[in-house]
Design a protein around this ligand. Structure first.
Ligand code: SAH
Length: 266
């Protein structure tokens, strides 16, 4: 490394660091995309985000992750964070005063475009377009719910956007947060070196991706499609385009209906 300053936002980190230590206590890298997570389970982070592409990028300071422990803002000796639902019923609800303090603490000093979202099965469904939009922001702040969820007044007061991972109910927002951050961080120009591999991917151009193959050429008597072994780039591209279209038509009629081939877009 002849010129360490060249690497934008790079942190100096020793090779012995464990994933948790990749996270900053406070966002400290200026102009580096920042995920801020408010959670009762900060130890769940970076979780799988500490691995592979996202993990290396985190280590290299190409994005940063901080957590706010909701428990630190709890009430009384036991630092209570929840209470029974007004009007009765099962479960517990996260208290607005506790959440409010945690949000104020987390948002302190946040500058630029940084959406504040609550992971919630009632929210707008997360998709590639949202990941792209967030990747063009300065970061994102995520509130992870637990139990029956959060007091509605907090969502109203801070105008928090509810975002869902899908039409199912998780026990908490942490897995959803990690999935959404993963999808977003890999779109940061500094993170995924090969921009071409993003363009072709499922959901990037309105189509599902074609099937992929690799060596060995024959496996269990199944051959790789001949055209892929031909070395003819034009034919390969045409085969892949057709396969992507066929798959999309068969599996996702909704996407196929919305699809506009690039030529028609002009
Ligand atoms: N009672 C709520 C569900 C609570 S589940 C309801 O019926 O709407 C507990 C927490 O898990 C939620 O507060 C939310 O943060 C998270 N969660 C559950 N399902 C989710 C999903 N599909 N997407 C994102 N977060 C989810």
């Amino acid at each position: 490394m002849s010129s360490p300053n060249k690497s934008h936002g790079r942190k100096s980190i020793s090779v012995s660091l464990k994933p948790r230590e990749l996270m900053t206590d406070a966002p400290q890298l200026a102009h580096v995309w920042a995920a801020r997570i408010i959670t009762l389970f900060p130890q769940a982070f970076p979780g799988v985000l500490g691995e592979s592409l996202t993990g290396k990028a985190l280590k290299d300071g190409k994005w940063q992750l901080t957590t706010t422990n909701l428990r630190d803002f709890g009430v009384g000796k036991h630092r209570n964070v929840d209470d029974t639902p007004a009007g009765g019923g099962a479960g517990m609800v996260l208290r607005p005063d506790v959440l409010g303090r945690a949000i104020e603490h987390t948002m302190k000093g946040v500058r630029g475009r940084c959406p504040l979202v609550y992971l919630s099965p009632r929210g707008r469904r997360f998709d590639q377009a949202m990941a792209r939009e967030w990747s063009q922001c300065d970061g994102v702040t995520m509130l992870c719910g637990r139990f029956e969820g959060v007091d509605q007044r907090v969502l109203d007061h801070y105008d928090i956007q509810e975002v869902s991972l899908g039409d199912f109910v998780l026990t908490g927002g942490e897995i959803a947060a990690q999935a959404m951050i993963d999808a977003t961080v890999r779109l940061l120009p500094s993170v995924l070196g090969n921009a071409e591999s993003i363009e072709d991917e499922s959901h990037s151009n309105g189509l599902l991706e074609h099937s992929q193959y690799t060596r060995p050429a024959t496996w269990n008597e199944h051959d790789i499609p001949e055209v892929l072994m031909s070395g003819h780039h034009g034919k390969v591209a045409e085969w892949r385009r057709q396969e992507a279209e066929t798959l999309t038509r068969e599996r996702r009629p909704d996407m196929w209906d919305a699809y506009q081939p690039p030529a028609k877009k002009r």
